[in-house]
Design a protein around this ligand. Structure first.
Ligand SMILES: CC(C)(COP(=O)(O)OP(=O)(O)OC[C@H]1O[C@@H](n2cnc3c(N)ncnc32)[C@H](O)[C@@H]1OP(=O)(O)O)[C@@H](O)C(=O)NCCC(=O)NCCS
Length: 177
């Protein structure tokens, strides 16, 4: 039994247009599929996700992305049940020096974007952060990333004072459990 099963989160979700997606916690064994999914992203999506041109991930970066302890660092993997391919990841990582505050990132495969998958995964991730007792979720996104900003605002995130090309958003969590 996985953590999500134990917590009663369903392992599938239905998108507003009826599309079905499988969801489960990301594990170390997903490394190769994660690398392939990142490689399949368009240059624009990779740029929006990493706020930098990122033609290829280093082995060390991939190690970090699958080093998920399911507490301070959580990652949910969505896959297409018809192909088994990874199509989205929503994760949070600890922010050094800010206990209880975690930083999130969501990535959806280009052909799945705009169907509500990012928003649906984000709400599952918010629920996990509440279950873990985190006090706030932070997100940093390029000011040009209209879709990401729309997703964060809809989920209740509020903008923080920020300068330059990045916009910082925060969602306080009524957890503290
Ligand atoms: C940002 C991202 C995660 C959003 O996921 P998604 O599945 O595409 O988003 P959703 O379908 O859930 O839509 C989110 C919001 O964007 C809106 N939206 C959809 N297409 C849009 C577009 N082209 N421009 C602006 N807003 C758009 C939706 O209407 C929705 O807003 P609403 O909930 O108020 O209606 C996804 O597009 C992505 O992976 N982008 C590349 C990587 C990235 O930018 N990551 C974010 C870094 S934190």
């Amino acid at each position: 039994m996985t953590l999500l099963d134990a917590l009663g989160s369903p392992r599938s979700l239905t998108l507003p247009d009826g599309g079905a997606v499988s969801v489960r916690p990301l594990e170390r064994s997903d490394r190769a599929e994660l690398a392939a999914a990142i490689a399949r992203l368009s240059d624009e999506s990779r740029y929006f996700r990493f706020a930098a041109a990122k033609p290829r991930m280093t082995e060390r970066e991939l190690d970090h992305l699958v080093d998920v302890d399911h507490h301070g660092h959580e990652a949910l993997l969505a896959s297409d049940p018809r192909t088994g391919r990874g199509i989205a990841v929503a994760r949070y990582v600890p922010i050094p020096g800010e206990p209880g505050v975690v930083e999130l990132a969501v990535t959806v495969a280009d052909e799945w974007q705009g169907r509500g998958l990012g928003s649906a995964l984000l709400s599952r991730l918010i629920a996990r952060a509440v279950e873990e007792g985190h006090t706030a979720l932070r997100a940093s996104t390029l000011a040009a990333n209209a879709r990401s900003i729309a997703m964060l605002r809809r989920a209740g995130f509020r903008i923080l004072p920020s300068a330059g090309a990045l916009r910082d958003y925060e969602l306080p969590l009524a957890s503290g459990a």
